[in-house]
Design a protein around this ligand. Sequence first.
Ligand code: GDP
Ligand code: MG
Length: 351
Amino acid sequence: MFGGLRERLQAARARIGNSIQTAVVTSQEQGRTSASSVSQNPVLTEDQVPSPPVSSTTFAGKVKSFVIDRELIINEKEITDALFELEITLLESDVALPVTDAIIDNVKRHLIGKHRKIGQSVDALVVGTLKEALLDVLGNGFNLTDYIKTHEHPVKILFTGVNGTGKTTTIAKIGFLLKNQGFSVVIGAGDTYRAGAMEQIDIHAERIGIKIIQHQQGADPSAVLFDAIQYASSHKIDVVLADTAGRFHTKANLMNQLEKIRRVMKPDLIVYVDEAVAGNDAIVRAFEFEKTVGADAVILTKADMDSRGGTAISIAHTIGKPLMFLGTGQEYDDIIPFSPTQIVEELLGDS
Ligand SMILES: Nc1nc2c(ncn2[C@@H]2O[C@H](COP(=O)(O)OP(=O)(O)O)[C@@H](O)[C@H]2O)c(=O)[nH]1
Ligand SMILES: [Mg+2]
């Protein structure tokens, strides 16, 4: 998952660190002391590593082997090229432009013109800065289990999104997850548009052992989902998962239909589902769905097929709604709660 992005961010980490180090060394050699230069007489010492690894001859290794012993002020021009490369890296990884800008601004704010802590290694400074900049755009995630535990039952969750992105599969995965956590679940088969869709969700429900409420093909989805809620209320079911069609005669019709569903079922949560591999298309669609039917959280599927990672980095910040889960495959347990700290560690951690 997001392997390409990890590789690129690690390269950016080394590049920025190297730029800072080069500037510090240059200023040291020139004996510069002015505050407008890179440092105020910084002293670099070798890190206390007993036997330096072979990688100490590489950029990253070199960066790690230096520790700033005195105060350091970094000028923008000294890391301009490295930051430009980071910007290109983010854009090429499908990170949306406003999100890329936010990350770069954040990195600049943290690094430039400030007195750095004494005794911090250049690499630790850079990696800490990058992690914070990413965490800032990733939001807090959304803990569905906690939400269900703290809200009146049945908790009604409406899933929206275009066709083929993985809504139905995700509903089955979440049903499976919640059932394993001890919640009772009913699925409302609100995609009555295609016979194939009705059959598909039926098979999922049977496999995971969850009750499904279904009408005939072509039925009014609002009526189906209303029935699912009635069933849940009268049987003291904890959660209703409402599936919907991702396609209708026209896009306007789809949005009208979803709007009607929303009015009839009064969902506690509207979850927008799209695929991580869709890049900027997913961001644009999420924006549109959020504006028309609303969204409280987002799920990105097919993260297992996405090396670039930009959609996952961008979506919470661009539409202002938290990312709840990542879909990571086609099996029922291929879903992970989105954890910003875990993702940042995966992308920028050392292992
Ligand atoms: N690799 C992968 N495939 C997925 C994931 N989620 C869904 N799919 C596949 O995407 C296809 C469309 O899924 P479906 O649930 O029918 O999408 P819907 O039209 O939005 O309901 C199916 O072949 C799923 O198996 C995922 O997280 N990873
Ligand atoms: Mg479906």
